[in-house]
Write a protein that binds this ligand. Structure first.
Ligand SMILES: Nc1ncnc2c1ncn2[C@@H]1O[C@H](COP(=O)(O)OP(=O)(O)OP(=O)(O)O)[C@@H](O)[C@H]1O
Length: 299
């Protein structure tokens, strides 16, 4: 079952129900990401200091913290864009010494803070670029699991099927973010690391993204989500790790994190009120109950 390029995306979707992602897209087993004592220094700045965390297949882990806490550095180090010490493993395999390309082929995918799409290409073509990891393993996957079908599945999962044949140039920011995530997913990663996918999105777009991310995770991919949108992180994540000054400050479920005094003091502040407030609470300051983006800039 494939989606021919000559058929419009809408027609294809209507004619051929998309098979669940787990059945077709993924290799039979996926690997967990395990990070131990990860340390990154930029000259005199210790951006990460012995950070350890795990992301299991089918788990959505949030990574939050103030500006400059080291979140992007962690993604860069895991994906091979920044030198680091410590251990990074994907399943049984150590990623030590591997290039960024080799880590992508091993099963890591990532998005970037700015959704830099190839604007003169269509959405479908962007997915094709995202899927391009030329090695025998990838070629075998494509022989057994199919490429065009995979694009259709990924597009379906992110809710962008109707956009597949549109050029990326001119897409609104919310759709660009979804395409960016889809492009990273097109490489069939075991673990997907997302750097602020909700930045610039309005509340509706952010909610839509949350639904789509949950679909990605439920289909078996492990996701590490970096974002300042606390409404998104606290509602969609299974587990949250909080960084502060390059160290792990706290780790736990969203409920545990929002009640952690250290996290409230360092990051969430008085905005940490994700429990549904009484709608008619007298004197409730709506600004204080806004959980959207408690950015703390210490740069
Ligand atoms: N290329 C670099 N050279 C030198 N210092 C850097 C570099 N990249 C990051 N840093 C520093 O490392 C620390 C961690 O930065 P990082 O961008 O990882 O934080 P962050 O948590 O992602 O912040 P934000 O939420 O603002 O994106 C900061 O002190 C930052 O100034």
């Amino acid at each position: 079952m494939t989606t021919p390029d000559t058929t419009s995306a809408t027609e294809a979707t209507a004619a051929t129900p998309v098979t669940p992602l787990t059945a077709v897209t993924a290799p039979p087993s996926r690997s967990a990401l395990s990070i131990t004592d990860l340390t990154v220094r930029y000259g005199g700045v210790t951006a990460l200091n012995q950070v350890s965390l795990t992301v299991d297949p089918g788990e959505l882990v949030g990574l939050i913290g103030p500006n400059g806490a080291g979140k992007t550095t962690l993604i860069d180090a895991v994906c091979g864009f920044t030198k680091a010490t410590g251990q990074i493993r994907l399943g049984d395999r150590s990623l030590a010494g591997l290039s960024a390309g080799a880590r992508a082929r091993a099963g890591l995918g990532r998005s970037w803070q700015a959704a830099d799409l190839y604007d003169d290409l269509t959405v479908r073509e962007n997915l094709t670029v995202g899927a391009y990891t030329p090695n025998w393993r990838q070629t075998l996957k494509e022989v057994f699991w199919g490429r065009a079908h995979h694009d259709a599945e990924v597009a379906d999962l992110l809710g962008i099927t109707h956009l597949l044949d549109r050029p990326c140039d001119g897409l609104p920011s919310g759709q660009r973010k979804l395409v960016d995530v889809a492009r990273a997913l097109a490489g069939r990663p075991d673990i997907l690391l997302l750097d602020e996918p909700a930045a610039g999105l309005n509340t509706d777009e952010s909610r839509q993204l949350a639904t789509r991310l949950r679909g990605v995770v439920d289909a078996g991919t492990g996701v590490l989500l970096v974002d300042h949108d606390m409404s998104l992180v606290l509602t969609v994540c299974d587990r949250i790790v909080v960084l502060d000054f390059g160290r792990v400050l706290a780790e736990g479920t969203p409920q545990q994190i929002q009640r952690n005094d250290d996290v409230v003091a360092a990051y969430l502040g008085t905005t940490a009120q994700p429990d549904t407030p009484e709608p008619d609470t007298p004197g409730l300051d709506t600004a204080q109950s806004d959980t959207a983006s408690p950015e703390v800039n210490r740069d």
